[in-house]
Design a protein around this ligand. Structure first.
Ligand code: BYC
Length: 310
């Protein structure tokens, strides 16, 4: 046992990858399952806010782009459920836990999408925040997760660009279109900052996840990186970020920003955000409606196996 622990510790210390067949402490396995499952659920639930606009896209081009993006999110969910399976848990079990409310998904997907500008702002801010958070996860210590993240990040960069391009187009349009963009920015800015999780002093998992090199940066470090990256993009776009406290601090070499309402994050995480009930109801209904597909697939697999055995 001591040998196994020592081997694991050495793997982490040398920045090597932990692979599915390697021994790992129960806490490491549990943390990886928790994070990967939450991430997978977020991708799948994350299809809903934007998916709602597919039938109302303003042109064929915008519809094709949005369809491709939402399909990518489904793909990300599947890579992640597969990564979680290598830890000894399966997708059906994880989906069951989500549906019973025993596992979380990202707070950001509990806000409504009120106009087409929200599609652009989700691409720019939400996918932008996701990239900030996920690029370091490509170096996460668990091999299957880190490898899944490489492909996901490539696709997320396309998502971020499509959002920014949509917003640039709208900002070059009519005053009403510019107002729609500003309104969407006002509504999504603070929830995007909350995506990075609670502040470091209130983040129970960060210290251990950093020691295991699952996380490479703290929540606050990544949040700051996101703010610094986004301010010049907002200027180029011509929108105002809704924070009077936002200003460059030459001493710190970073932007200062105003206080985040952590009670809102708590409320949303604990199921009382604006759309939690709706998101879960849609997810549950999709799961129930898909029961016949799962049964058919299982029957086909059995038949093929029996045929081969005969
Ligand atoms: N929302 O100790 P902490 C996407 C929970 S998908 C909900 O800091 P940790 C996209 C946290 O889980 C975006 N819950 O935790 C998809 C923990 O709860 P438990 C998803 C949150 O894990 C479609 C507790 O609060 N991205 O980008 O060290 C379209 C204490 O937090 C949130 C990922 O999942 C939150 N915002 O750090 C477009 C990335 N924040 O389980 C885009 C991978 C915290 O202890 N995940 N909680 O009860 C991570 O990087 C980390 O898990 C987090 C949290 C930074 C999110």
């Amino acid at each position: 046992m001591a040998d196994l622990q020592e081997h694991f510790d050495r793997t982490i210390a040398r920045d090597q990858r932990v692979e599915p067949r390697d021994w790992m402490p129960d806490g490491y396995r549990g943390t990886m399952i928790r994070q990967i499952a939450q991430h997978a659920h977020s991708e799948i639930i994350g299809m809903q806010p934007e998916g709602a606009w597919i039938t109302r896209a303003p042109s064929l081009r915008r519809k094709a782009i949005l369809l491709a993006k939402v399909q990518d999110e489904a793909g990300h969910g599947l890579y992640l459920y597969s990564a979680a399976e290598t830890l000894g848990t399966d997708r059906a079990e994880l989906t069951g836990k989500l549906i019973e409310g025993r596992q979380k998904y990202s707070s950001i997907f509990n806000y409504p999408t009120l106009s087409y500008a929200d599609v652009g702002v989700i691409g720019w801010l939400v996918d932008g925040a996701a990239i900030c958070n996920q690029v370091p996860l490509c170096r996460s210590s668990y091999g299957p997760y880190a490898r899944a993240m490489i492909r996901i990040c490539k696709e997320e960069s396309f998502h971020q660009r499509q959002g920014y391009e949509l917003l640039m187009t709208m900002m070059a349009g009519t005053p009403a279109q510019r107002d729609m963009v500003q309104d969407a920015v006002d509504r999504w800015w603070w929830p995007s900052l909350m995506m990075f999780g609670p502040p470091d002093h209130a983040s129970p998992n960060t210290e251990r996840s950093m020691a295991w090199k699952i996380k490479r940066h703290t929540n606050d470090e990544l949040r700051q990186r996101f703010v610094d990256m986004t301010v010049p993009q907002a200027e180029a776009l011509g929108v105002t970020l809704p924070d009077p406290g936002l200003r460059w601090n030459p001493e710190r070499g970073h932007h200062d920003f105003g206080p985040i309402d952590w009670s809102e994050l708590q409320r949303v995480i604990s199921g009382n955000g604006p759309c939690n009930a709706e998101r879960m109801a849609v997810r549950r209904a999709a799961h129930e409606d898909g029961a016949w597909v799962r049964e058919a697939a299982a029957a086909y697999a059995r038949k093929t196996r029996d045929g081969e055995a005969a």
